[in-house]
Design a protein around this ligand. Structure first.
Ligand code: SAM
Length: 216
């Protein structure tokens, strides 16, 4: 049965494809996850714009192109374990769950954590969620095949590198609070190989190994 937003969602994914995202697993996950479920009611009519939108507590649901870019960079295989830092609305976690990943996601705001957990459950996504400071990772379930950070860090937090498994990949925006680059780190035993991409904008990653509340 056709849903109310199916055409808009298909157009959004087509635009993301035209902008250079080619991984079919990422594109088909974006076609399946109903982004309109993750936005505030006031922004329902903008749910399939390719833009970040406000959610509660002054945070944002990331731009769909950014979600696609980071997920393509992470390239998580089915059944692998992925840690997300910054659950926010739960949208990125749902995209990873659609790709068949075992997702663990941490959010520092209790109300966002509770809302996202409830929504993900209601939509049938199996995601382990926790409220806390994601800059120190989630050691209980480490090592991870992939770690994705959806808020901008001043530098790559060492605990996240420590919790990355051999062959695993970490995708994280790094920079000051005005402009950031996405850093992609691949672990080979004790060696960490890094590549970077420019031109993204994120809310700050706040925590022990991130920014302090008002920047440093
Ligand atoms: N992945 C989210 C989505 O799909 O809606 C995007 C959320 S927003 C761009 C980034 C989130 O990171 C915010 O909800 C913010 O509260 C959270 N955050 C910032 N610092 C954090 C930390 N140290 N630990 C966990 N979450 C953090």
């Amino acid at each position: 049965m056709m849903g109310r937003f199916d055409d808009e969602r298909a157009e959004m994914v087509e635009l993301i494809h035209e902008r250079g995202i080619t991984d079919d697993r990422v594109l088909s996950a974006l076609r399946r996850v109903e982004r309109h479920q993750f936005v505030l009611p006031a922004f329902l009519h903008r749910a399939y714009e390719d833009s970040a939108l406000p959610i509660t507590t002054g945070q944002t649901i990331s731009q769909p192109y950014t979600v696609a870019f980071m997920t393509q960079a992470l390239a998580p295989a089915k059944d692998t374990r992925v840690l997300e830092i910054g659950t926010g609305s739960g949208y990125q976690a749902a995209v990873l769950a659609e790709m068949g990943c075992r997702v663990f996601s941490i959010e520092r705001h209790m109300d966002l954590h509770l809302q996202a957990r409830k929504l993900l459950e209601r939509l049938g996504y199996r995601v382990a969620t926790r409220c806390g400071d994601g800059t120190v990772g989630w050691s209980e379930f480490a090592p991870y095949d992939g770690i994705i950070v959806t808020a901008a860090a001043p530098e790559v937090p060492q605990p996240l590198l420590d919790q990355l498994g051999d062959g695993g990949r970490l995708v994280i925006p790094v920079g000051d609070q005005q402009s950031q680059r996405i850093v992609i780190v691949t672990r080979h035993a004790d060696q960490f190989d890094t590549t970077e991409a420019d031109g993204f904008k994120f809310v700050p990653l706040i925590g022990k190994k991130g920014w302090q509340h008002n920047g440093r």
